[in-house]
Design a protein around this ligand. Structure first.
Ligand code: PGA
Length: 249
């Protein structure tokens, strides 16, 4: 186990309702204190209510995407400045579902990360290979290419991001990377970050995501370069999410 303070982030994806969210947030807030940093990322319309529900707690919130643009005629998009106005500490960018269903390129993801940082919102940059890429032995090339675009675009600010390694084949499938598989990729990513940011890389948080559950979280979080998790399905049940946070603390 490393000494970096762990971070556990719930990615609610397109789930939730006003009533259900209130209960979920209550359940999480009521289980404090945690020995790690905790955040939730609800869909955009719920950010304001989430901010109210979590006011006075140390639980943070964020969004699941943002525009690369500051403002303008971009129907349907939400800017990092708007997220900042609603108290977002984080924004997920480059989730594999955005890359796959919305055709987001490595460069667009990098531009989104830059837009977020410009507004003081920490981007959680997702990288990860598909099953076909893993089986073809391309995992290292793919994740390095995805991260390289961000490092190049952010230049001296590259040390300010959070990175989430999320193998696409492990997302929502119940099939988790083994702790060894995850650690191997995290070590690669940290080495790449160290080459770009120097010793700053030793303080950066690298999260693992992909079917993290209460029963596998502890072993994943015990790896040298895994600093917490980005949690999808299991973040929708307070008891499971709280158990994962406890495993990180
Ligand atoms: P999962 O999703 O935990 O449901 O696999 C993780 C994610 O997509 O961030």
């Amino acid at each position: 186990m490393n000494t970096r303070r762990k971070l556990v982030v719930g990615n609610w994806k397109m789930h939730g309702s006003r009533k259900g969210n209130a209960e979920l947030l209550d359940g999480i807030a009521g289980a404090r204190p945690f020995g790690c940093d905790v955040a939730v990322c609800p869909p955009f319309p719920y950010l304001a209510e989430t901010a109210v529900a979590l006011a006075g707690t140390d639980i943070r919130w964020g969004a699941q995407d943002c525009s690369a643009h500051e403002q303008g005629a971009y129907t349907g998009e939400v800017s990092a400045g708007m997220l900042q106005e609603f108290g977002c500490r984080y924004v997920i960018v480059g989730h594999s579902e955005r890359r796959a269903y919305h055709g987001e390129s490595d460069q667009l993801v990098a531009d989104k990360a830059k837009a977020a940082l410009a507004r003081g919102v920490t981007p959680i940059v997702c990288v990860g290979e598909t099953l076909a890429q893993r089986e073809a032995g391309e995992t290292a090339d793919v994740v390095k290419r995805q991260l390289a675009a961000v490092i190049h675009t952010l230049a001296h600010c590259a040390g300010e991001i959070v990175v989430a390694y999320e193998p696409v084949w492990a997302i929502g499938t119940g099939r988790t990377a083994t702790p060894e598989q995850a650690q191997a990729v995290h070590a690669l990513l940290r080495a790449q970050l160290r080459a770009a940011t120097g010793s700053r890389a030793d303080e950066m948080k690298l999260l693992y995501g992909g079917s993290v559950k209460p029963d596998n979280a502890r072993e994943l979080f015990a790896q040298a370069d895994i600093d917490g998790g980005l949690i999808g399905g299991a973040s929708l049940k307070a008891a499971d999410f709280v158990a994962i946070c406890r495993a990180a603390g």
